[in-house]
Design a protein. Structure first.
Length: 348
């Protein structure tokens, strides 16, 4: 989605084809339940929004929470001392964060609760202006703070078993294009319902459906997997593409961003996930994505940045990591992307 794009905050006709009924967010204060179609091929296309309802959205700024700011200021000092990081944990803030993350993943928002959490220094936020004719509305969307290890906070000090938990992620997508069509690119895709850190494809399809989106296009990359098409739900197969190769910024035939530029538009809601377990290859892809040519297309970016952070040593081959692959570097990259308007999340 372009940073100044077409969106709508009004009732439009949508369907949840081939899936369970879900809640469609029509605006910050209005939501309705939409029944599912019994069979995907028979589902009607969503009706376009009337011309008078088409609106322009502009990303204004990213505002980190007080807790995120505290961690950004201290991470350079704390990152190599696990006990020091444990001492900095605020359990009240973490409990609020995780509770709100669970609601967001179900598409169940209370704007007042979210706003209260932001005032309490818990969640960070993106601010937008939505203009329809002569009327301009300020819209806020929340996101998990950048803190601890950019994954579930209990991984450190409390429960290593949370290392693949996604319970920390706060999904409240930016004001969407008129069609609510989502383009999904997954580099390190594994299979629909499984993966080294748990599945990404099935999980994200559910989360975004519950947040009112339907998939338009899906491209997967994974050199280690052969796709099992029979487990991909039928409603996705006509636009599901699997590349049995390693995503590579330096090889045109394996460069996902060349495909993205060709097949996505700025009116699509674009989600990019990256986890290829190759630190130098990942950094090359991130640097490529940050160029204006591609960044204007990306709305959400989900990435497991492999670093030398001590609690992750049992899970990563840190001998292959660049010397500057630190948690402090992760904070800088994710913070930069958020300030550019991209909803950047750490991954598992």
């Amino acid at each position: 989605m372009r940073r100044e794009t077409i969106t709508v905050l009004a009732v439009i006709t949508v369907v949840a084809c081939g899936a369970a009924a879900y809640t469609w967010l029509l605006s910050d204060s209005h939501k309705v339940s939409v029944p599912a179609c019994p069979e995907a091929p028979a589902c009607p296309e969503p009706e376009p929004a009337p011309a008078e309802l088409r609106c322009g959205t502009r990303f204004v700024r990213y505002v980190p929470s007080a807790e995120e700011t505290r961690w950004i200021d201290g991470i350079e000092q704390w990152q190599w001392d696990e006990q020091a990081m444990c001492n900095e944990l605020n359990r009240d803030i973490i409990q609020q964060w995780l509770s709100l993350a669970a609601l967001s993943q179900l598409g169940e928002f209370s704007e007042q609760v979210m706003a209260n959490s932001a005032q309490a220094g818990v969640l960070s936020r993106f601010e937008y202006e939505v203009t329809c004719g002569n009327r301009t509305e300020n819209v806020i969307r929340y996101i998990e703070p950048l803190m601890v290890g950019l994954r579930h906070p209990d991984v450190m000090c409390i429960d290593r078993g949370q290392v693949v938990s996604k319970g920390y992620l706060v999904f409240q997508p930016a004001p969407a294009p008129t069609t609510h069509e989502l383009v999904y690119f997954d580099m390190g895709a594994s299979q629909w319902d499984k993966g080294g850190g748990g599945n990404s494809q099935q999980y994200l399809s559910r989360v975004f459906a519950l947040n009112g989106f339907h998939y338009k296009l899906m491209h997967m990359w994974d050199a280690m997997q052969r796709v099992e098409y029979e487990i991909v739900p039928i409603q996705y197969r006509s636009f599901y593409h699997y590349h049995n190769s390693l995503a590579n910024a330096n090889e045109p035939e394996n460069n996902p961003f060349l495909v993205l530029e060709k097949e996505a538009t700025e009116d699509d809601y674009v989600v990019v996930k990256l986890d290829i377990d190759n630190a130098s290859g990942e950094m090359a892809l991130v640097n490529l994505m940050k160029s204006p040519r591609y960044l204007k297309l990306v709305d959400e970016f989900i990435w497991e940045h492999h670093t030398s952070w001590p609690p992750m040593k049992p899970y990563w081959d840190v001998s292959m990591l660049p010397v500057n692959a630190s948690l402090a570097q992760s904070y800088r990259i994710f913070s930069e992307l958020r300030h550019l308007g991209v909803r950047a999340h750490g991954w598992v």
